[in-house]
Design a protein around this ligand. Structure first.
Ligand SMILES: Cc1cc2nc3c(=O)[nH]c(=O)nc-3n(C[C@H](O)[C@H](O)[C@H](O)COP(=O)(O)O)c2cc1C
Length: 307
């Protein structure tokens, strides 16, 4: 059985994965936190926590709220900063079999270029995932991802600064996601990640105030799966680069739906909070599905729902 996929066919370095199962940024730390739970080296790729130029403390507490079939978060990109990441995390990754992709976010377009320059040629970094879709920060993030022009500008700045494979992660919080996807492709992205969280809120009926310290947050988990699946399906029709599906994937059936909609890779996010072994369970479930259905190459499934 062949489970391997290529997420950056137009890139010189390429981004070959032994299988399509990845972890979603912000839900799997830097990978090492999960090493004792299962063999993380078997995953297709790990995407690390969103990384900014400077270390950040994130938003005021509370930053998490449970919802029906999902959760809201307003972490606000709490992270150690790119210099500490390069010094403390990448040396371990360089010895790993599983590729690690660094998720980056900036306050300005220049920030994205500087981050890409710093991470270019760092051993242990297999690619960049450009977050122009974080709903929880005031400057940068989703602001850049909300229209085709600014999304293209950020993509072009990163493209210019690195030869690493560049994945651009888009927000569903816009009416223009198809146009944004096309603009990002034209600006040189190697792959798209669809989607980041959906903006939402909860109100505390005792205090009469928004429950999250930030007022609102990003909805994730099974509640957003149909939204993410539809976006993958729609964007697949108009782009010619690989798509990574993300949003509510909890089990192998969810993942296979995304492959059928057109995703070449999938990311498991919130499900890891409920079951830390979820990415591995999804991978094993996909293998079982292929065996049972006598499918020799996973690529046969990619986009099959369109045929
Ligand atoms: C606690 C938390 C932190 C997150 N942090 C990031 C981040 O730093 N960068 C990013 O691009 N996405 C981040 N995300 C979004 C996820 O990577 C993913 O796109 C989203 O949660 C949808 O997938 P899911 O429903 O499987 O969780 C975060 C999500 C959660 C729940």
């Amino acid at each position: 059985m062949n489970l391997s996929v290529q997420l950056a066919p137009q890139n010189k370095k390429g981004l070959p994965l032994t299988n399509p199962v990845m972890t979603a940024s912000g839900t799997f730390g830097y990978g090492m936190e999960y090493e004792h739970l299962f063999n993380i080296q078997k995953l297709g790729a790990i995407v690390c926590k969103g990384t900014t130029l400077e270390p950040r403390d994130g938003n005021p507490q509370p930053r998490l709220a449970e919802t029906a079939y999902g959760m809201l978060n307003s972490i606000g990109l709490q992270n150690i900063g790119v210099d500490a990441l390069i010094k403390d995390k990448t040396p371990a990754w360089a010895g790993w079999q599983v590729p690690v992709i660094v998720n980056i976010a900036g306050r300005t377009i220049d920030d994205y270029g500087v981050l890409a320059t710093k991470l270019d040629k760092v051993a242990g970094v297999a690619g960049l995932e450009v977050n122009i879709s974080c709903p929880n920060v005031k400057a940068g993030g989703a602001e850049f991802g909300a229209n085709p022009e600014s999304a293209a500008k950020v993509t072009a700045a990163v493209r210019k600064a690195t030869s690493l494979p560049v994945i651009v992660k888009l927000t569903p919080n816009t009416g223009e996601i198809v146009q944004i996807a096309q603009a990002v492709v034209a600006a040189g992205a190697d792959a798209l990640c669809l989607i980041n969280t959906v903006k939402g809120m909860s109100i505390d009926v005792k205090t009469h105030k928004p429950l999250l310290g930030n007022g609102y947050g990003g909805l994730s988990g099974p509640a957003i799966k149909p939204v993410a699946l539809f976006i993958v399906y729609e964007v697949f029709k108009v782009v010619n680069i690989p798509i990574i599906g993300c949003g509510g994937i909890t089990n192998a059936t969810d993942a296979i739906e995304f492959l059928m909609a057109g995703a070449s890779g999938i990311q498991v996010g919130t499900a890891s909070f409920v079951n830390p072994r979820a990415p591995m369970d999804v991978l094993e479930g996909i293998e079982k599905y292929l065996r049972e259905n006598k499918i020799e190459d996973i690529r046969e499934l990619i986009g099959i729902a369109h045929r």
